[in-house]
Design a protein around this ligand. Structure first.
Ligand SMILES: [Mn+2]
Length: 461
């Protein structure tokens, strides 16, 4: 498709190809003589910031939903498989993941959820992954994460992104497709893969089969825990009780060694592979059981430089012949997007008001100074307005007060519009470590985690 024209040649990230001129219509999206979307063509189109027509979008969403609906709550599969953790709207990093994990045409994939929110390209992720699901329903699997819900996408930015790029109907259809996503996967009959983890209400895998998953996940209980729970972050896995309340999430639980062991043993499993928590290296092994071949719990997180601030690596886990391999990725460069997909005019309004106000302030001040300069002209004015003088001063003072109030309001607006998502080089994380040392990098990571704590919680209704 022909690209857009760039007459001034002033694109921010100039080495990325120009976006296609028109949205991709359904007759070009679908391969001739089949009902399958051409995923490679779609991938290139989306990489170039191309849009889809609404009918193309609805085709992908409804076909993928149909595929999910036919799956069980518990998927069973065998290695070799590439396991991917949180991606959070980082489409250009998903492209890298598909590169290092192997061509999806002949490689199995399992994604552990959290495809959307936080990053700016969640919809592109959904379109490409759904196209892959439709093409390879038996080798490309997507589990539900805690962000694949109405509550989280409304609280964070995915809902806004869909409304900006499409409309409410498209958003509702995507939410229904999320409702159909399977919940857990058992690999080789040995590894339990799930977004968050286990639950006090989980004794056997059969309990998961009993869940009616086709709803918005509730605020407590087994369904909630599978998507929200975390392992205890210590060396021993010790906890005062089997499960404790998860303060960090404002819902669900934290599990330790005792809970993990009794669930794993009871079900003939050896390890829990989950996502859900950002990690400096992109993964974390919880070797609570000592130096056994497999850690009790593994966390895998695949969004490098999460939110553009964490400076973490992303990782994917390759399970082959029951052997674990970790592959790490750095953040890829992506097109420039203003916060909340604002257009340039909306975004720059506070700056324009600020300029206008400072002009106004200058005029008012000047006026004030003139009053104090004795001159014939001023004396005349003074005489003329003597009776009004006090009144005028009060008016001026209140104008200045109003102007300064406006100025602080504008400062607030500007702060809200702050650019948090600057374009960055691919080796940002490495360069940071090189420049400041690994200890400083870890310190910064922990600081970011602390600052971002509120956003990792479940919003209260
Ligand atoms: Mn999560």
């Amino acid at each position: 498709m022909e690209p857009l024209k760039d007459p001034l040649n002033d694109r921010h990230v100039s080495h990325l190809p120009l976006p296609p001129q028109r949205p991709l219509p359904i007759d070009i999206l679908i391969k001739p003589f089949s009902n399958l979307p051409c995923w490679k063509f779609l991938k290139d189109h989306l990489t170039q910031e191309g849009k889809l027509t609404k009918s193309s979008a609805i085709f992908l969403i409804s076909q993928a939903r149909f595929m999910f609906e036919s799956e069980s709550n518990v998927i069973e599969l065998f290695d070799p498989v590439t396991i991917v953790g949180d991606i959070h709207g980082q489409f250009y990093d998903l492209l890298k993941i598909l590169e290092i994990g192997g061509n999806p045409e002949d490689n199995k994939y399992l994604f552990l959820g959290d495809y959307v929110d936080r990053g700016h390209f969640s919809l592109e992720i959904i379109f490409l992954m759904y196209a892959l699901k439709i093409n390879f329903p038996k080798t490309f699997f997507m589990l539900r994460g805690n962000h694949e819900t109405r509550q989280m996408t409304s609280h964070h930015n995915f809902r806004k992104e869909v409304l900006y790029k499409y409309d409410l109907e498209t958003y509702e259809l995507i939410m229904e497709s999320f409702d159909a996503m399977p919940l857990v996967c058992v690999i080789n009959g040995k590894f339990l893969s799930v977004h968050g983890g286990i639950s006090g209400r989980l004794d056997e895998l059969n309990d998961i089969l009993k869940i009616n998953r086709f709803v918005e996940p509730p605020h407590d209980g087994l369904y909630c825990d599978l998507l929200w729970s975390d392992p205890i972050d210590n060396m021993s896995g010790d906890l005062p009780e089997k499960f404790v309340h998860n303060e960090n999430r404002s819902c669900s639980c934290i599990y330790g060694l005792k809970a993990a062991n009794s669930f794993l043993k009871g079900n003939g499993l050896i390890s829990i592979i989950r996502a859900h928590e950002v990690q400096m290296e992109g993964y974390k092994m919880y070797k609570w059981n000592g130096q056994q071949k497999f850690p009790t719990v593994m966390t895998i997180f695949s969004a490098p430089n999460y939110c553009g601030t964490y400076k973490n690596k992303g990782a994917v886990l390759r399970l082959d012949d029951s052997t674990i391999n970790i592959l790490q990725i750095n953040r890829s460069q992506e097109p420039f997007v203003l916060p909340s997909h604002q257009n340039l005019f909306t975004w720059s309004v506070p700056f324009i008001i600020e300029r206008t106000l400072s002009m106004l302030e200058f005029i008012l001040k000047n006026n004030d100074e003139n009053e104090n300069t004795p001159s014939e002209e001023n004396n005349y004015i003074e005489q003329m307005f003597e009776e009004m003088h006090d009144h005028r001063k009060a008016t001026l003072a209140s104008k200045i007060r109003y102007a300064s109030k406006m100025a602080s309001k504008v400062k607030e607006m500007k702060e809200k519009n702050r650019l948090t998502h600057k374009s960055r080089e691919s080796s940002d994380e490495d360069r940071y470590v090189e420049e400041f040392g690994i200890e400083k990098a870890i310190e910064m990571f922990e600081k970011m985690k602390d600052r971002d704590k509120e956003n990792e919680k479940r919003p209260q209704i």
